[in-house]
Write a protein of this length. Structure first.
Length: 188
């Protein structure tokens, strides 16, 4: 087999692999459009039943050290360009998924303080599931679960009635309110 033939076969193999990855990152339930929350969002392309697996969050499996390096690099780029910040998703104590790949539609799902979806970890994969029935045209959202330590860096624009003003895990909302009250008191 000549060099040209090997190159053609390798290109075909890579095309098949990329097509497979692209297909894993798509869903009959999702379409991408502009969002009032932030940039682009993912919307229900049709009605979605409650507790339905909607889409897989895909990307590159990376260890925690690589994850942190990439997160800081993505954050610096976001600061400079205004693009969305970080697509690193915690998978386990040892691994994360870097979803910063164009075939990962789920990376465009925005945060909400009143989400209609949540992420479920299944082995080494992450799936987005509906929490309730979602109507066609409704924007999909989930709680990003950011830590309270850097809450001021992550203002929330979800617009829900339950919005706490920052992208902070719901189990830290009480602490957030205490910190915001302390900050207001200190500023007065």
């Amino acid at each position: 087999m000549g060099k040209k033939s090997r190159k053609v076969k390798e290109e075909a193999r890579l095309r098949r692999k990329m097509t497979k990855l692209w297909n894993r990152g798509q869903s009959e339930y999702c379409e991408v459009r502009g969002s009032d929350i932030h940039g682009h969002g993912v919307y229900a392309a049709k009605d979605i039943p409650a507790e339905k697996q909607v889409i897989e969050y895909i990307g590159e499996l990376v260890d925690k050290n690589e994850s942190e390096t990439r997160a800081w690099a993505q954050h610096a780029k976001a600061e400079a360009t205004g693009d969305a910040a970080v697509y690193i998703f915690t998978l386990s104590k040892r691994w994360d998924i870097d979803g910063n790949v164009p075939w990962n539609t789920a990376r465009l799902i925005n945060h909400s303080c009143e989400p209609n979806c949540e992420a479920w970890v299944d082995e080494k994969k992450i799936f987005i599931h509906s929490l309730r029935e979602i109507k066609k045209g409704e924007e999909l959202s989930f709680d990003y679960g950011f830590d309270i330590e850097c809450y001021e860096e992550h203002p929330c624009r979800c617009g829900s009635k339950k919005c706490v003003g920052y992208i902070v895990s719901q189990d830290q909302w009480e602490e957030l309110e205490k910190r915001k009250a302390k900050d207001r008191k200190g500023a007065a």
